[in-house]
Design a protein around this ligand. Structure first.
Ligand code: ADP
Ligand code: ZN
Length: 207
């Protein structure tokens, strides 16, 4: 099965991807994670991408798609995958469609107020990618899964979040409309993670 997760920044795509990949036995491939790993490893692509990401702009599609294609060719992706963060505009839809067919697009809807509250409190484990929020209380320094120290993403500040949200409305909502016309969209209307999971699993007929 090949799935796309779509939603504004902070909608909970990363959170939903965890039970989905466990249930379906396919990897989640996040272009944001691929880019952040490239930056951490100081690769050529990473160096190119960093300034775009830090100001909340899209990284040039060629850079992202080359990285993505390499990742999609790895053996664990041969039975399918969950794409998180790609495609983000109609140009990327075209490229993806020339490369492969997608079964479903899961669209998680959420408002800007919830997004700001969430992303300002978001902490990410650089090692295992676990996502924690300071609003949950408890240890806000060490990863609950692997013990590494959380980081705050450099693009999780109010100015950049607002920019990313506006970019989502302008560039990514047309992507959702495109897949709606193809009848592939599963719409999720909740911001509560258990409910998001339930709606997605029900729509996919898995449990
Ligand atoms: P979020 O969903 O919280 O915005 P992501 O991790 O998906 O975060 O993306 C972070 C940043 O990485 C984006 O703001 C953008 O700069 C870059 N990025 C990720 N995916 C893409 C993509 N498909 N095309 C262009 N830039 C991307
Ligand atoms: Zn961890």
């Amino acid at each position: 099965m090949k799935l796309i997760l779509i939603g504004a920044p902070g909608a909970g795509k990363g959170t939903l991807s965890v039970p989905l990949k466990e249930k379906l036995g396919i990897p989640t491939i996040s272009t944001g994670d691929l880019l952040r790993d490239a930056i951490a490893n100081q690769t050529e692509e990473g160096i190119q991408a960093k300034s775009f990401m830090d100001r909340g702009a899209l990284v040039p599609t060629e850079v992202v798609f080359e990285m993505l294609k390499k990742r999609l060719q790895e053996p664990d992706a041969k039975n399918g995958y969950i794409l998180d963060g790609f495609p983000r505009n109609l140009e990327q839809v075209k490229l993806l469609e020339s490369y492969t067919d997608i079964d479903y697009v899961i669209d998680i809807e959420i408002g800007l107020d919830v997004i700001l509250e969430r992303l300002l409190g978001r902490r990410v484990c650089p090692k295992c990618k676990y996502i924690y929020n300071t609003s949950w209380g408890g240890d806000s320094v060490h990863c609950a899964k692997c013990g590494a120290e959380y980081i705050t993403r450099s693009d999780d500040n109010e100015e950049t979040i607002t920019k990313r949200y506006n970019l989502f409305v302008e560039e990514t909502e047309p992507v959702i409309d495109h897949y709606k016309k193809l009848g592939k969209v599963i719409e999720i209307k909740s911001s509560e993670s258990e409910e998001v999971k339930k709606q997605a699993f029900d729509a996919l007929g898995i449990n």
